[in-house]
Ligand binder design. Structure first.
Ligand code: ADP
Ligand code: TZD
Length: 571
């Protein structure tokens, strides 16, 4: 092996990396060029890969994570060393937290200098820093190991519980050359990167027995169920069993939200009253109040039993005892349950399903009345009513959603009709995923994307509207502009600076899109919003609609006010 320029008979680290990705069906890289990976980005493009360049690595990383969730192939994020790596790391860790497969590939400085801390350009021991923050981390030092390095990264990201993987590639590696034929032989096409995990028959039977005895059963679908792409099996389980179900945020659309068995419109009732709850790709974390406390109170609080389907055995008993753990991949577990229901399966008692339907109808009627109002200025409901209708007309559109009130209201008002069409702040409730997720959704699916953004949330990734314009992506960003974080009415009691949650009033966000050649529209009424959104979806042009929302609408932290220390103290 030498460091000569490759000739016809030789290859180099750059090309081995590109060939290894392509061999594994990866055709897109999200990243940001610079030393030592600038040439890599050029060569990837020259070799026919899609190279999507961002303005900040965190958004490239978020794009890779969303691509991973949508496609079941690890999304690739490529960054420079130290600062670029750190910018990408938040996205890698967020992906790991959400169980999305991605690989962060960062160039790094010379090992000899880094390890002696002699002050190299962008010096940092990146591998050590990444390790505790992701699912797995590897470094490749020799060109002939690139094939194996990529294979290990792909398998680590996809197998078992999916997650983020870090791959450290020192600058020297890229220029190393080796014999082309040997290089080709060194590449690995990963066979069956996410092997099915068949549940044990006795575990299936235990779950079925519990379901059979239930008087008030409930199924909770989480984003693992969306990721698993077992849509037909899940529908069969819900419909054959007749059990009401609740979709977690990103599981909306696995079955259409308008499905008769959806209990989403009466969430608190079913959580409090269910006697047997089956979790399908959903963790009993804070988003489900840890499976205990007031949310899960009600008549069956002390006797409620849980069935949990998850690929990760250690998820069981994480918060409350799991009476029937079903460890395996969702497709296999759900098929086994459907097969076990048999011909004589008795649907749940009608006093339970009727009680749910009754409450649901009442709540939906109440919501319809609120949505029909047309207050001036526009509020969350009247604006979201427009988007609700737009998504109904284009169920293939992908909704990206972040903010506090903007998130909570969108989740409950905008129905989803197809699986994996909703991407949001996920397990951490992180702000800043908006434009990265939107770019990935557009690039990987080609479908229209509607990004529904609080004005604070939008600010975290707003510069990427240039990226959206540069690649001419069919993304319509709707900024819910209420002049601040949560709302725009806080006042500094001492005068002087504005309050910490307040922004420039009536900011003209639409001009940011205009600055890069996209369409920008100021919308003060639902009619303005509907017209602009229809045009954006029909034209596919990058669009930003600045939706002016009543600055007094909304509550502190949206629906999680109770997590604020001051509020918690008062309780
Ligand atoms: P939500 O936030 O929607 O409630 P979570 O992210 O908490 O969902 O839970 C997703 C769960 O799905 C994780 O525990 C993960 O291990 C699991 N999971 C992901 N993919 C699969 C799969 N293919 N089969 C089984 N479980 C899966
Ligand atoms: N920083 C990061 C990375 N993630 C966060 N979740 C926060 C800060 C705190 N935070 C929230 O939890 S929501 C939110 C912040 C700053 C913004 C809410 O304001 P908004 O939405 O304008 O986006 P609404 O609709 O006006 O409430």
């Amino acid at each position: 092996m030498t460091n000569d320029t490759p000739s016809e008979d030789t290859t180099d680290g750059f090309h081995l990396l590109i060939d290894a990705l392509k061999l594994n069906g990866i055709d897109t890289i999200f990243g940001l060029p610079g030393i030592p990976i600038t040439d890599l980005t050029r060569m990837a493009q020259a070799e026919g890969m899609r190279m999507i360049s961002f303005r900040h690595e965190q958004h490239a990383g978020n794009a890779a994570a969303a691509a991973g969730f949508l496609t079941q192939k690890p999304g690739i994020c490529l960054t420079v060393s130290a600062p670029g790596f750190l910018n990408g790391l938040t996205a890698l860790t967020n992906a790991t937290t959400n169980c999305f497969p991605m690989i962060l590939i960062s160039g790094s400085s010379e090992r000899e200098i880094v390890d002696l801390q002699q002050g190299d350009y962008e010096e940092m021991d990146q591998l050590a820093i990444a390790k505790p923050l992701c699912k797995a981390a590897f470094r490749v030092l020799h060109a002939q190991d690139i094939g194996i390095g990529i294979a290990r990264a792909i398998r680590s990201a996809l197998s078992g519980r999916p997650g983020g993987v870090y791959l450290d590639l020192p600058a020297k590696l890229f220029a190393q050359t080796m014999d082309a034929a040997a290089g080709k032989r060194s590449l690995v096409k990963v066979v069956d990167p996410a092997p099915r995990q068949i549940p044990a028959p006795d575990a299936v039977q235990r779950a079925l027995d519990l379901l059979k005895g239930a008087k008030r059963p409930l199924i909770v679908l989480g984003k693992g169920a969306a990721y698993a792409q077992a849509d037909a099996e899940i529908r069969a389980l819900i419909e054959k069993s007749g059990i009401p179900y609740l979709p977690m945020s990103m599981a909306k659309g696995v079955l259409p939200d308008t499905h008769a068995q959806s209990a989403a419109a009466t969430r608190s009732y079913v959580l409090a009253e269910a006697d047997v709850v089956m979790l399908v790709g959903a963790r009993l974390n804070w988003l489900l109040s840890h499976g205990k406390g007031k949310t899960w109170g009600g008549a069956n609080a002390d006797t409620r039993q849980f069935i949990q389907i998850d690929i990760s055995p250690t998820e069981m008993d994480s918060n409350v005892p799991i009476a029937a753990p079903l460890v395996g991949d969702i497709g296999s577990c759900v098929s086994a349950l459907v097969a076990g229901l048999g011909a004589n399966w008795a649907k749940p008692p009608t006093d339970w399903t009727n009680a749910i339907t009754e409450r649901k109808d009442k709540n939906l009627a109440k919501m319809a009345a609120t949505l029909a109002l047309n207050p001036v200025p526009m509020n969350f409901h009247s604006a979201l009513n427009v988007i609700r209708n737009a998504v109904k007309a284009r169920p293939d559109a992908i909704v990206v959603n972040e903010g506090a009130n903007t998130l909570d209201f969108t989740r409950s008002i905008v129905d989803m009709y197809e699986p994996r069409k909703r991407l949001d702040v996920g397990t951490w409730g992180i702000m800043g995923i908006g434009m990265g997720f939107a770019v990935a959704a557009a690039v990987t699916t080609g479908k229209p994307v509607i990004a529904i953004e609080g004005d604070s949330a939008f600010g975290f990734s707003g510069m990427e509207v240039e990226t959206i314009c540069r690649y001419n992506l069919p993304v319509c960003v709707i900024v819910f502009n209420n002049n601040g974080v949560y709302k725009g009415t806080d006042v500094n009691p001492r005068g002087g600076d504005v309050a910490p949650t307040v922004f420039v009033k009536n900011a003209r966000y639409e001009m940011m899109m205009q600055a890069f050649g996209g369409v920008g529209v100021l919308a003060k009424t639902p009619e303005d919003l509907a017209k602009a959104l229809d045009e954006a979806i029909a034209s596919g042009k990058p669009t930003l609609i600045n939706a002016m929302i009543d600055e007094t609408a909304g509550t502190e932290s949206g629906r999680i006010t109770s997590l604020n220390p001051q509020t918690a103290k008062k309780k």
